[in-house]
Design a protein around this ligand. Structure first.
Ligand code: NCD
Length: 307
């Protein structure tokens, strides 16, 4: 068991703690019955100030599978935020009702502020274009199950690398493993932010390259992490329209890829992976969805201190 009051950034967890979560998730997959009542009488609050299908339902399904209950809201206009209540106050109040909180917010840093005010653990379920640590845990469980290890991988990230919080979090997690290389595939306007290059990549002496071509490095990749262009983070609709179809992965483009390359995507997909790729053995994005539920079960157990 580890002590973690809140999970705001993936680096709040050590690699050893991540291994522990993965081991628990794999045990849940093998022996679901053992876990069915572990969270009996416990309540999870899902506070979603920004729309979500997967992450919110994944947290809810996870808590229900553990025998717990769920309270919360799925959009800010159905909460007191619409009356002008601060995030801090909402969280302080909800922490009087729930044992653990999962919170998504369009403002970077809001879950961190919430965790400082809350009396119960807060899990960041996505804050603006910043971080998304539980998606990263789902990604890591999928990589572990598909590849067996985290070292010696070349990972291509494609799409909106500027605003894609899942990309930022996964980079932060992967730089802690040995001999990991990155290929960043994006249009000029959606390149990986400079602070990630200096504070994360250069600071850890990570090898990476940037390209605008999806095909150029395809044959070298062990993992291709596709992302959608994040419409809601653009200031200008015309820029979104111009960039939204920059990349569309098809079976044809995958022809030069390694047989065992994994295609991941945090979903929702808009147009960036053609549906015929779904039947390609390399497509792992729906497995990733399932893994997200199991790893969230493991996380809830650990954060509530339940063995
Ligand atoms: C991602 C998110 O919300 O950042 N989705 C998710 O949580 N599964 C990716 C996205 O919205 O594009």
């Amino acid at each position: 068991m580890f002590e973690l009051k809140s999970l705001i950034d993936i680096t709040d967890l050590t690699p050893e703690e991540i291994d522990e979560l993965i081991a628990t998730a794999e045990d849940i997959i093998e022996n679901p019955d053992k876990y069915r009542e572990k969270c009996k009488y416990k309540k999870l609050a899902t506070l979603f100030f920004e729309p979500s299908t997967r992450t919110r339902l994944s947290f809810e399904a996870a808590m229900l599978e553990l025998g717990g209950s769920v309270i919360g809201f799925s959009e800010s206009n159905s909460s007191s935020a619409s009356k002008g209540e601060s995030v801090s106050d909402t969280v302080k109040v909800v922490s009087c009702y729930a044992d653990i909180i999962a919170m998504r917010h369009p403002k970077e840093g809001a879950p961190m502020i919430a965790s400082m005010r809350s009396d119960v653990p807060v899990i960041n379920a996505g804050d603006g274009g910043h971080n998304h640590p539980t998606q990263t845990l789902a990604d890591l469980l999928t990589i572990k199950r598909e590849k067996g290890h985290f070292d010696n991988l070349t990972i291509g990230f494609c799409g909106d690398l500027k605003f894609g919080r899942t990309v930022h979090s996964l980079i932060n997690a992967m730089v802690r493993y040995k001999n990991v290389k990155f290929v960043f595939i994006s249009p000029q306007e959606l390149k990986i932010p400079d602070y990630i290059k200096t504070e994360v990549l250069d600071a850890n002496s990570i090898q990476y390259c940037e390209t605008s071509s999806l095909e150029h490095y395809m044959s070298e990749l062990d993992i291709l992490y596709m992302t959608r262009v994040q419409r809601e983070r653009f200031f200008n609709e015309a820029d979104y329209v111009r960039l939204k179809d920059s990349y569309v992965l098809t079976n044809e483009k995958l022809q030069s890829a390694k047989e065992d390359m994994c295609v991941l995507h945090p979903l929702p997909r808009v147009n960036e992976i053609s549906v015929d790729v779904d039947d390609n053995p390399r497509a792992c994005y729906f497995k990733q969805v399932k893994n997200g539920k199991y790893i969230r079960e493991a996380l809830i157990l650990k954060m509530l201190g339940i063995e």
